[in-house]
Ligand binder design. Structure first.
Ligand SMILES: Cc1cc2nc3c(=O)[nH]c(=O)nc-3n(C[C@H](O)[C@H](O)[C@H](O)COP(=O)(O)O)c2cc1C
Length: 192
């Protein structure tokens, strides 16, 4: 392979930011995110994903913020915090694989790429208390909350840096990295 290679800028430039501008996200943009998410492929076209968008002034926001792990405290300042949950029974279970989670992830990734295209940033999280999220947003007991994500315009790190914990500061400034493709992409057969 030859580097650098040029790929879609929405994929190349996407990053999980932790500083969001204190600025509303236009409703039209939220509608575009939803449109992108709903057109994702899914096993048997099941579309087993349920998104709850929670804006800063929504009655459920404070309780949802309270479900975040301490390390994800930065997400409280995001204009929208979104939870995505599904009923595992409603997804495909071919070969015993829980495709509901796979499908939900594909849908989120569609949304993420559209968000980048709209000048927005998305930061996904697994660090939350699932029971608290379910309670805050009235998800049924048998649903699984697969992911939470923050959406908004990227904020100016310089303006808020002083207030951030050292660990978070390090996260902001660290260069994005990936494994070398030889480690997990193969041709013909898998090789250790
Ligand atoms: C399923 C999932 C869960 C994640 N959970 C968290 C999290 O709880 N807190 C956090 O700060 N970042 C979380 N991330 C973000 C990853 O750390 C991030 O995507 C990874 O470090 C690569 O950085 P990049 O997205 O900027 O390329 C999560 C990402 C995914 C896809």
């Amino acid at each position: 392979m030859h580097y650098p290679m040029e790929i879609l800028p929405e994929i190349q430039n996407r990053k999980s930011v932790i500083v969001f501008e204190d600025r509303e996200v236009e409703k039209e943009k939220i509608d575009l995110l939803i449109e992108a998410a709903r057109w994702a492929p899914s096993c048997f076209n099941n579309q087993e994903w349920n998104y709850v968008f929670v804006g800063k002034s929504d009655a459920t926001r404070r309780e949802l913020d309270g479900a975040l792990n301490i390390g994800n405290g930065w997400a409280k300042s995001a204009p929208y915090l979104v939870a995505v949950a599904a009923d595992p029974e409603k997804g495909c279970n071919t070969n015993g694989i829980p495709y509901y989670a796979y499908d939900l992830g594909l849908s989120v990734m569609n949304l993420v790429i559209e968000a980048e295209h709209q000048g927005l940033r998305v930061h996904q999280m697994a660090g939350y208390n699932e029971s608290k999220v379910k309670k805050a947003l009235y998800f049924p007991e048998d649903f699984r909350v697969v992911v939470l994500f923050a959406v908004g315009y990227e904020g100016d790190v310089e303006r808020v840096q002083d207030k951030l914990m050292d660990k978070i500061k390090e996260k902001i400034t660290r260069a994005r990295t990936r494994k070398n493709p030889e480690e997990n992409f193969f041709f013909g057969k898998y090789e250790i």
